[in-house]
Ligand binder design. Sequence first.
Ligand code: ADP
Length: 628
Amino acid sequence: MTDQPTTHAFGAEVNQLLKLMINALYSNREIFLRELISNASDASDKLRFEALTNDALKGLDQELAIQVSFDSDKKTLTVEDHGIGMSQEEVIANLGTIARSGTRQFLEGLSGDAKSDANLIGQFGVGFYSAFIVADEVVVETRRAGSDPSEGTRWASNGEGEYQLTPITKDSHGTRIVLHLAEDHHDLLNQWQLQRIIKHYSNHIAFPIELIAPADASGDQGDKGDDPEASIEVVNEAKALWTRPKSEITDEEYTSFYTTLSHDNAPPLQWAHHQVEGTQSYSLLLYLPSQAPFDLLMNRDTVEGLKLYIQRVFIMDAAEQLLPRYLRFMRGVVDSADLPLNVSREILQDSPLLKKIRATVIKRSLDLIAKVTEAGDEEWKKFWDAFGTILKEGVIEDFENREKIASLLRFSSSESDKLTGLDQYIGRAGEDQKTIWYLTGDNLQVAKNSPHLESFKQQGTEVLLLTDRIDEWVISHLSTYQDFELKSVTAAAPDVDKDEAVSESAKKLAGRVKKALGERVGNVKPTSRLTQSAARIVLGDHEMSLQMQKLMRQAGQDVPETTPNLEINPEHPLIQAMASQSKARFEDLAQLVFDQALLAEGGELADPSAYIQRVNTLLVEAYAPDAS
Ligand code: ADP
């Protein structure tokens, strides 16, 4: 066996990350210790979990304390755990490249503008590499639990493009990380300073964190083994946060636990902590984040977020089992006292107990969101901007909780500049109104100017303006809310129908328009519901809106062509003028009116150039009559 070091290059992303991070996080340097302790804690969790099923590891998970020690002479700070450790392959994969996919996506998303990038990275957990904020050399010695002492690995790097690997013999399994502190950071070699940082950021860690201080600060050994006088002090509570009585946990502790759990440096918006005792006992700690992680929208199948513990033993990331996808932004911990420790993913999938817990997680999450929504303040706005679109998926996915989810949604409205909910809409509705009217559109401006709104405005009936891509889809799954029916203004007549007022001559005109348009149109009717527009498209009660058809086609779906119906406004000067035109001119105008109604709808013209030609012919006649 050789103990010659071999040199390896970092993955390109690591270099990029290191450069960025060291400058960006300089003023927030203390987080490095949080990140290293959190990794040590994860590694201890992993060992405890693997020891449940792997006989070779039985008994190795007894002493899982994490040690932080320092040496004032050598200017080193050491974080050591007795967790799962790493094989050499794992060292290369984990410490030579970027292991965390979120970090990779984050790096891909950087703008290149140093200042805003620095800002971003400040909000982001950077894991192991944060050691280089304070160290100009980092040495990792590690050995996987269960392997032979000769199978240890030393990893060393100054964070400048390369690292060295050396095979070593390491007596204990687990990982020891030695930071050679840069000169600026020698002040960290101080018991009180370290104690404060650990308490501040890592108090919630479930394993004891022992701070080992040399008997005499100038003593040459930081390691208790070599310095019998060293003092050992357990700095943290060393109890899983969710098992402690709620009344004893400070907001700061909840927040710092969230940071470790989520890798999100922004504080959570809200949290809920439930300790359920009874036929089933479990603890639930749920967090509502204040910003979306980078991979949230892109990756609907992300499984991180909710950690499953059984009797305080970390079992797995179980978001898939415990959270529906429309709540995939939630973060937290479930700790069950009743599930068997040797549970597998397959068993979990069909466990009735887990189904019950899942239902509770959903209920509690929605309650938490409701709490933020009712406040309707800035917190809610943050939530809504980050996760509103995702929550909407719930109306589609979760039949059981549909009403409750719907009550949390907010939409634009024809009557208010602020977003409004369905309950508020109902609160403002007229006494006989039994319908929630809505209009879907590409964007708010188009929706606000839609011809369909004209009669509603005149009657003072509020219409919800749904302009999010997913709205149309959502609303198609929500035909009623409370005892109100949801109806599109394009599909239906308003309650007050004055259509008898339409004259015979208008009906005749409509007949001529139908003839001129032929197959392009279903039926053509006069209407008294338009005030400003010449015409509008109407669809049958169960027909997909043009907007929806467009979206579906864009998504690659096969959507059968529908034939839209047309309503014309006999009071409109253009429509009135049509009656006395030549046959050819009448046909042109009929096509134009129809195309315009389609455009106003956000639909697409089958033959845009024919439309332009017709308009231009008219313009030339109006402005350059000599040329025609
Ligand atoms: P993250 O912890 O978010 O995955 P890090 O960059 O901090 O990202 O660490 C990368 C990987 O290195 C971890 O996922 C883990 O597999 C491994 N690792 C880091 N620290 C330790 C440790 N103390 N013991 C065992 N493995 C570790």
